[in-house]
Write a protein that binds this ligand. Structure first.
Ligand code: CTP
Length: 409
């Protein structure tokens, strides 16, 4: 471990104190020795960001830290790894530890250790920098060798040659950081990653662990960039030869069309799964541990979008757009739009899907229509008229509905 002299830890501590999420920590634990902020939060602070998720490492027993934090703690294991909620913020607290991997891809065995060793077990140098929480701590920042230089050079580097074999989730994390931070992958690290992919390292992971990483990739601010990084590393093909984004522009356009109530991860995964037949995509998503609702949403978007695109392209009136899109999830329509009929998809997603009648079945019954199919027929006729801009009031809706219902009766 080296203590790099720059940047000045007290300056970094000042940046930390400005974060709302750090207030409870500084207030309750600002004088606690052996307590460090670690991982992505330190990296992002150094990059000038304002991290929200703060991870803490304690040298020794974390019980005192948990007691002093005095929040609601969920303790996961005998090493005191826990999640603590205080004043609306949540922190991960862990005892400094080493990890050994009994087999490639297996969950590690954990032994208490020093901060130095804890930093050395990590994925990339830029994630292996610590910031002492105790104010006025002397010296530089504890970090693995080269960490700050790599951060300066915007470079992703593993800490040792077995890193991807021991824990192949790091291959997927590499793609995620590559896209999110825009960092280069250092040459030797890239060679190790390619070697691990060629050896099918992902196959040593359980499906749900891969699925979890894919979900994180899909939730990135720029999921298309994240999936492009997967492709660059050959990781998508390693999951299934037909899995992965082929046309980034389609995914970008579909995301642009998706309204805020749409599900971005499902949409991205649908574009990535487009080339698999429905039953195989369903099976793959099952293996990857996706819940039924997610799985069916992804399959529906992937498989129905081309047909819906044809119907939307053929629609000549808003009511025909509605006939093509009614009842479909926004992800299906957004992807359909990205395959061609963008204007029709946009019209549906932004406006038409919100159009509702002012009247309902009771109005028709009150006007003497008998209960039965005529009621539905009348309401549909009124909706078509409203969508196409032919009626503008409750009275006009009712008139169209009654005429159609009587004609049907
Ligand atoms: N880590 C690791 N290997 C993994 C997962 C995590 O070494 N397979 C280490 C990294 O040092 C990482 C830290 O554990 O920084 C916490 O992991 P995680 O919570 O996933 O990432 P963060 O650092 O909190 O956040 P970000 O995703 O922003 O990097």
């Amino acid at each position: 471990m080296v203590n790099v002299e720059r940047p000045n830890p007290s300056e970094l501590a000042a940046r930390l104190r400005e974060l709302p999420a750090a207030h409870p920590l500084v207030y309750r634990l600002g004088d606690q020795p052996g307590l460090f902020l670690v991982g992505g939060a330190v990296r992002d602070l150094l990059l000038g960001g304002r991290p929200f998720d703060l991870d803490l490492v304690v040298e020794g027993d974390p019980a005192i830290v948990l007691a002093r934090l005095d929040g609601t703690a969920i303790v996961y294991d005998r090493f005191g790894t826990s999640t603590v909620s205080v004043d609306g913020f949540t922190y991960d607290v862990a005892r400094a530890r080493t990890e050994t991997y009994r087999a490639p891809g297996a969950l590690p065995e954990v032994t208490p250790a020093s901060l130095d060793e804890d930093l050395r077990r990590r994925d990339f140098t830029v994630n292996a920098i610590a910031l002492p929480l105790r104010s006025g701590s002397a010296g530089g920042l504890p970090a693995v060798p080269g960490a700050l230089e790599d951060l300066d050079a915007r470079r992703l580097r593993v800490l040792h040659d077995r890193s991807f074999i021991d824990d192949p989730t790091r291959l997927l994390r590499l793609a995620r950081y590559r896209a999110r931070l825009g960092f280069e992958i250092e040459d030797h690290t890239l060679a190790l990653a390619r070697e691990a992919v060629a050896q099918d390292a992902l196959k040593t992971l359980s499906g749900p662990r891969i699925g979890n990483e894919l979900r994180l990739l899909a939730r990135e601010h720029d999921p298309v960039g994240a999936f492009a990084a997967l492709r660059e590393l050959g990781l998508d093909r390693s999951i299934d030869p037909r899995f992965g984004l082929q046309d980034d522009a389609v995914a970008t356009e579909a995301l642009a069309l998706l309204p805020v109530d749409g599900n971005r991860d499902r949409l991205v995964l649908a574009v990535a799964g487009e080339r698999l037949p429905a039953d195989e995509l369903r099976r793959l998503l099952d293996q990857l541990g996706f819940e039924a609702e997610d799985r069916e949403g992804i399959v529906a978007a992937a498989k129905r979008a081309p047909g819906v695109a044809d119907e939307l392209a053929a629609a000549r009136a808003p009511s025909q757009v509605a006939t093509a899109a009614l009842g479909l999830a926004p992800e299906v329509v957004a992807l359909a739009g990205a395959l061609g009929p963008a204007d029709a998809a946009k019209q549906w997603l932004e406006r038409l899907r919100h159009v509702e009648l002012e009247i309902d079945g009771r109005d028709l019954l009150a006007a003497g229509i008998e209960q039965g199919p005529a009621v539905g027929f009348g309401l549909r006729a009124a909706l078509v008229a409203k969508l196409d801009g032919r009626v503008h009031s409750r009275q006009e809706e009712l008139a169209v509905a009654l005429e159609a219902a009587r004609g049907a009766g």
